[in-house]
Design a protein. Sequence first.
Length: 155
Amino acid sequence: MTKNQRLKQKALFALGVLTGLTALYRMYDYMMADGQLLGVLSMSVLSISSFYWVDRYQKMDKGDYTVDKLITREQDKMTFRGVPASGYVLEKGIELDVNRLSILGIREDYLSVIIDGNGNGYDFILAGDGQVIESHIRSLLSEKEQENITFKRVK
């Protein structure tokens, strides 16, 4: 898990605890006095959604969202998959011939694959540090294949 993801996870956890405690206090206040039910419901919804995103970030660190499972190679084809974002994900990913890869733009949580040297390609959101992504891709490629591919660090 990258530093940004850990920071988001901790912030969302803190928000979930804070809004959950506020919801409990508002519920107590509602029962003891003439409070508003809307305040209780809004804090409860914020708390539940915060804990949902904390859970999602924890799952990104392990299991199906590791870089070695999202980028694979079988013979002369590499398969690239991205982390599910906004409810849309390519389940099978994109399968490309290794000799078509020309430029790989890499940064934290991101990979851009340019094919055939023409500027066209694919973008993927990954859960991993740029160095981890690059080293994994290099481990899948031979030295000769790496000579034909430009690895760029994108900011």
